[in-house]
Design a protein around this ligand. Structure first.
Ligand code: ATP
Ligand code: MG
Length: 559
């Protein structure tokens, strides 16, 4: 179980920073960074990393850079850059200064590559990828030196210059560091520093046709920016000795220290940009921001608030092991936040008409209802009451033998309270030629708004309703989990086999009260008795309301 948010014990990096500050290791400076590659939209795992990096900087009065690790032009796009910036800001964080790009430092990286060559610590290698991997050996077996390892400094400078000038084909050669082909750490077996890639880059255009490897760029970017605490996930632990080799062998302006923590995984979810991209590209969902996606933009569109996501992330331990978190923990935070902050409203998803015999035709009686039962400061809304109303089909029964405790809704001949309005009594059921119930005739009990009727007219319960003539027809989208199993892909050929084929139901012709229909996109509601919903960020309008179901009122797995 996670510790309380921001407790000092659940985050070993917090302790390191506090100790560094106490020991004056970097003066009073705390600079972290969040370094996404712009090759997809950010997901819930990134949200944790954002909360860790920006959160720690904020907590210690420091700053956090947003830096795009854009060393691989093939898979990167401006669309992703824009989405990432907007996701970080939506979560409520602001990066220091301008957004940074690894590509800003390409000239510096190139100069450092020449520096390594001049020190006899890098060489141009003509082995094919296949040969190179053969020469690399195995974890248990040392590699052997490339036949190009002993090229002279002059030859290497000349070849790298010509690589940069575009004289060679992609794949024909690479620049490698000259470290140790027998190192037990494979990352130190003469890793690649530069590759030829004749690709147009989203930032640098056609200026470069050689690109630094991630490993040659990453640590140096931190060094250039003066990052004090370089925080990343565990898979980079084995790369740390290489990053340290670079900072020892290059005239870098600072020597950042890297700390690794466990990646966040959540059951019933995938957290890999590659897999999420597949879901988008192969049409399993309607885009990166589909409300079923665990992307930040998807969760936003689903109706999760930034604060709820941050509460979730802050409650997670930052530890040195990978772990899977139960999705119920996320859902708990979402519900908790919505229960506190979402306005109440009424929406009938499966409408059944009720005609009130003793209410005048054409009259609109404007009632007032609280927007939140416990938060007076949220104010009130106007709720029109008319002769014709809608209630939900499931809230009516003709079965007069149904017990009062068992069925706390409307029964023929009995009473129910309409939320925020009158107590009514069902007098008659109208059916169509197929025997289907199409209308209820009812009477209202005078004087029951905000007051109890006499005992013999005591309502069975309270149900939600809207005016049939004043409400607005709405589309409501209801979502189920995107995956059927806890660990998608674990016991099947591909995670795609575990996609839930019925994860979206679109319910047309729902009726929503006018105050809720008139809301701005992204307004969150609790539709009484139905759950939490949000006005769709993109498609919602007051005339044609579109709501996405965020989550049910209760954790149904706990019933
Ligand atoms: P993916 O595997 O989804 O592509 P990635 O690690 O390749 O993720 P990056 O763009 O490199 O994605 O990630 C930016 C930062 O976010 C990195 O510092 C990375 O460690 C962190 N990060 C990515 N996924 C997670 C996760 N599941 N939990 C915590 N941090 C993560
Ligand atoms: Mg990555």
């Amino acid at each position: 179980m996670a510790d309380a948010p921001n407790s000092p014990t659940n985050n070993f990096i917090r302790k390191i920073i506090a100790d560094d500050l106490a020991a004056n290791a970097h003066g009073t400076k705390v600079l972290t960074r969040f370094p996404p590659e712009p090759n997809g939209y950010l997901h819930i795992g990134h949200a944790k990393s954002i909360c860790v990096n920006f959160g720690l900087a904020e907590e210690f009065g420091g700053q956090c850079n947003l830096r795009f690790d854009d060393t691989n032009p093939e898979k990167e796009e401006q669309e992703y850059i824009d989405a990432i910036k907007s996701d970080v800001q939506w979560l409520g964080f602001q990066w220091a200064d301008e957004v940074k790009f690894a590509s800003n430092y390409f000239p510096q990286f190139y100069a450092w590559a020449i520096h390594l060559i001049e020190q006899g610590k890098a060489y141009v290698c003509d082995l094919s990828a296949e040969q190179a991997s053969e020469y690399r050996g195995w974890a248990t077996e040392p590699g052997k030196p490339s036949p190009y390892r002993e090229r002279t400094v002059e030859e290497n400078v000349d070849l790298l210059t010509r690589m940069k000038a575009g004289e060679f084909d992609e794949g024909s050669c690479v620049l490698r560091a000259k470290i140790d082909m027998a190192s037990p750490n494979m990352n130190l077996r003469d890793p690649i520093l530069y590759r030829i890639r004749k690709e147009t880059h989203h930032q640098t255009g056609d200026e470069w046709c050689i690109y630094p490897s991630y490993d040659f760029a990453h640590g140096q970017e931190d060094a250039i920016e003066g990052v004090t605490h370089s925080i990343c996930t565990l898979e980079f632990q084995d790369h740390r000795p290489l990053y340290e080799w670079f900072t020892e062998n290059l005239p870098v302006p600072s020597t950042p220290k890297q700390y690794e923590f466990g990646r966040l995984s959540i059951n019933y979810t995938v957290t890999s940009k590659r897999k999420l991209k597949q879901l988008v590209d192969e049409g399993y969902v309607n885009g990166w921001d589909d409300p079923r996606m665990p992307t930040i933009s998807g969760m936003r569109r689903r109706g999760y608030s930034a604060q709820a996501l941050r509460n979730f992330c802050d409650g997670l331990a930052v530890a040195k092991t990978d772990g899977t978190v139960d999705i119920a923990q996320l859902e708990f935070e979402i519900r908790n936040d919505l229960n506190d902050n979402a306005a109440r409203a009424m929406c009938v998803l499966n409408p059944l008409k009720v005609v009130i015999s003793n209410f005048p035709e054409g009259e609109v009686k404007t009632l007032t209802a609280a927007l939140h039962p416990n938060k007076e400061e949220m104010g009130t809304r106007e709720l029109p009451f008319t002769k014709e109303l809608y209630i939900d089909k499931a809230d009516y029964s003709e079965d007069t033998t149904l017990g009062r405790k068992k069925f706390k809704r409307l029964v023929l001949g009995d009473h129910v309270r309409l939320r925020g309005a009158y107590v009514i009594k069902a007098d008659e059921t109208i059916k169509d030629e197929n025997g289907e119930i199409i209308e209820i005739r009812a009477t209202l009990v005078e004087g029951t708004i905000g007051a109890n009727p006499p005992p013999e007219q005591k309502p069975r319960g309270v149900i939600h309703w809207v005016s049939a003539t004043e409400s607005v027809a709405a589309t409501v989208r209801v979502y189920e989990r995107l995956f059927n199993v806890e660990n998608p892909g674990k016991d099947s050929e591909s995670f795609l086999h575990d996609v839930n084929k019925v994860s979206l139901s679109v319910v047309e012709n729902c009726f929503v009260e006018p105050a809720a229909a008139a809301c701005a996109p992204e307004t969150r509601f609790q539709f009484e008795r139905e759950g939490y919903f949000v006005a769709d960020k993109i498609e919602h309008t007051s005339e044609k309301p579109v709501f996405n179901k965020t989550i049910g009122l209760r954790d149904s797995s706990k019933k």
